[in-house]
Design a protein around this ligand. Structure first.
Ligand code: SF4
Ligand code: SF4
Length: 258
């Protein structure tokens, strides 16, 4: 296992991944039923989580920020997902099982537009030492603030607890409420709870999915897959990133430092 972990670290370094960590999967076994590590992979023992930074300048290009953030997400998520798949096969070379929890897709849609990943990546990242849950519902990392795309792995391997940075993750300052003030639909409550439905309705748009729905005859059983196919990566748009753009910790010049 030590040899494999060393190879995995070398692989991550080679691919410019400097933010990652591992933790026992038992730490997330109190998550809602259906979204626990053991719901994804019976006999799971370990979690591995990776973060890729979004360039700070992406958020500083005024009206072009949403489209630039959208394209950044498209390319980073694919890159991240391929790295996760490779790391999972490396873990399996030790005789264990490992399954990637990809950064964006697939997800489950509950009710009218509440998106749930198979296992919460923000929680995986938090227990793996990559940062703290911020008041905007995103992970706050000591280097990148909320400018981090996340992916993970659930595995039957018992991984030693580790974090790449070794920094003390502190999350949001107690007296900061900038993101709450910046949210145009007041989706972030004063206690830091995010109304995800309110946020998703305002911040995401999938013209292709809407077009398909309006075409009429879509069987109920196909709606989930149509949503996944037409709403992922290049097919959907960000229509709001105000809470990330306004966050003082998102600025590489003034945000957190390692
Ligand atoms: S993305 Fe927009 S709508 Fe969603 S919480 Fe942030 S500011 Fe509010
Ligand atoms: S704006 Fe302030 S409260 Fe909101 S996520 Fe950033 S640091 Fe946290």
């Amino acid at each position: 296992m030590d040899k494999m972990l060393r190879r995995m670290r070398e692989y991550l370094t080679l691919h410019a991944i400097s933010i990652y960590g591992a933790a026992p999967s038992s730490l997330l076994e109190t998550a809602p039923a259906g979204h626990r590590p053991s719901d994804l992979l019976p006999d799971s023992q370990g979690l591995f989580c990776v973060g890729v930074e979004v360039p700070g300048g992406v958020l500083r290009v005024g009206p072009r920020a949403e489209a630039t953030y959208w394209r950044t997400a498209n390319v980073i998520y694919r890159y991240l997902d391929a790295i996760l798949a490779r790391c999972a096969t490396m873990l399996e070379e030790t005789g264990e099982l490992a399954v990637p929890v990809f950064g964006c897709f697939p997800y489950e849609v509950k009710g009218k537009g509440d998106f749930w990943g198979y296992v919460s990546l923000v929680k995986m990242a938090e227990v793996s030492g990559l940062g703290k849950l911020g008041k905007n519902g995103l992970l706050i990392n000591s280097k990148a603030g909320p400018r981090l795309f996340l992916g993970g792995i659930v595995t039957t391997a018992r991984l030693p607890a580790m974090t790449s940075s070794g920094s003390l993750e502190t999350g949001c300052p107690q007296d900061c409420f900038v993101c709450q003030d910046a949210c145009p639909v007041k989706a972030i409550e004063p206690n830091g709870k995010v109304d995800r439905l309110k946020c998703v309705r305002h911040s995401m748009r999938s013209p292709l999915f809407l077009h398909l729905l309006k075409s009429g005859d879509v069987p109920e059983a196909d709606i989930g897959m149509l949503n996944q196919v037409s709403g992922v990566d290049d097919h959907s748009m960000y229509t709001c990133i105000a809470c990330v753009a306004a966050c003082p910790l998102a600025d590489p010049a003034t945000g957190h430092q390692q």
